[in-house]
Ligand binder design. Structure first.
Ligand SMILES: Cc1cc2nc3c(=O)[nH]c(=O)nc-3n(C[C@H](O)[C@H](O)[C@H](O)COP(=O)(O)OP(=O)(O)OC[C@H]3O[C@@H](n4cnc5c(N)ncnc54)[C@H](O)[C@@H]3O)c2cc1C
Length: 296
């Protein structure tokens, strides 16, 4: 056991060293995490946070990895994945859906629809977890997840629990005030709907999304926020950048706000491509695009 691993003594069953992060992200790129943990209970998670806090080890939380680009050199931190069953439970009580921070957004959407609860079906086909969705206030079809969120429970870097009621939550375009380290669970209060009609709407939205997005077999990520008056995709296209390629990273021809990592691509190819897109859109159109893709 190396010196740093001693910090995690007694937790070796959930912590490992030098874990490749590429398989945990949608782009399938980037280097390893120095330490990687998959706690199985909230108590184990709290204990990990306390040890890291006491020993000055930086911690990051991994959701579905659909909004992350990990640099080729990896991260010298503890990366915690909250995908164990203790963090993915979904329950329904009347119009309230409660979901763990690690629950797949898609599972929450289909549970709500099956129970005849309307609101979240707009998010069908968006990858990732409830934690990732709340952090960046996932939006689609003119609605965002914050609009339906009635309460959130978080854990701070020190492992302390915090509870946010509706009036303590702030959501704006692709942002929220949920800055605590871990989103543990959230409550959504939804509208009543007809399950058959909701299912139909969900299926239509799913078909539209699948036709417009990169193919499921491609390693892809969405890159820029949409300015209020235009889509980032249309600006990239207007700037003549559709199909631009650096190494094995390429602008998607289906939706230019997505970058595709072809086999052999590196994280640095993607970073260079993002830079070219941002600079060229600014030079040609005078518009500064902001990235939503998070770089680790
Ligand atoms: C094909 C495709 C389509 C997409 N379409 C849309 C779209 O229509 N609308 C949209 O808004 N986005 C879209 N996205 C972006 C992405 O799916 C969302 O940002 C998603 O919410 C990210 O969730 P995640 O669990 O994958 O987060 P990750 O990528 O794993 O992490 C992103 C951030 O969230 C944090 N995080 C994750 N889980 C937790 C947690 N439990 N507690 C605290 N912090 C956490 C991470 O630390 C990190 O800071 C799309 C992405 C792809 C690849």
């Amino acid at each position: 056991m190396d010196d740093a691993m001693r910090i995690f003594q007694g937790l070796e069953h959930v912590v490992r060293a030098n874990e490749p992060l590429a398989p945990h992200t949608w782009l399938r790129l980037g280097g390893p995490a120095e330490y990687f943990a998959e706690p199985t209970t909230a108590d184990e998670l709290r204990e990990l946070l306390r040890r890291c806090d006491a020993n000055g080890v930086p911690v990051r939380i991994l959701g579905g990895g659909s909004n992350l680009l990990v640099r080729d050199e990896g991260v010298p931190d503890l990366v915690i994945s909250v995908t164990a069953p203790a963090f993915t439970e979904i329950t329904v009580n009347d119009r309230t859906v409660t979901a763990g921070g690690g629950a797949r957004l898609g599972h929450v959407v289909s549970t709500a629809v099956r129970e005849g609860l309307a609101g979240l079906e707009s998010f069908v086909g968006i990858p990732g977890t409830i934690g990732g969705a709340l952090k960046s206030n996932t939006n689609a079809q003119g609605t965002d997840i914050g609009q339906w969120t009635a309460g959130v429970v978080t854990l701070t870097r020190r492992g302390e629990t915090k509870t946010y009621a509706r009036d303590g939550l702030q959501f704006s375009y692709r942002a929220s005030n949920l800055d605590d380290l871990v989103i543990l669970r959230a409550e959504f209060i939804l509208d009543r709907g007809e399950p058959a009609l909701l299912t139909q709407r969900m299926q239509q939205l799913w078909i539209m999304r699948k036709a417009a997005q990169p193919l499921a077999s491609q390693c892809a990520a969405a890159v820029f926020a949409n300015p209020s008056w235009a889509s980032a995709a249309s600006l990239i296209e207007q700037a003549g950048l559709k199909g631009t390629r650096v190494g094995n990273a390429e602008v998607s021809d289906r939706d230019p706000n997505f970058l595709i990592a072809h086999p052999g691509a590196s994280a640095s190819d993607v970073l260079k491509l993002v830079d070219i897109l941002r600079k060229t859109v600014f030079d040609r159109l005078g518009i500064e695009l902001e990235t939503t893709l998070e770089v680790w």
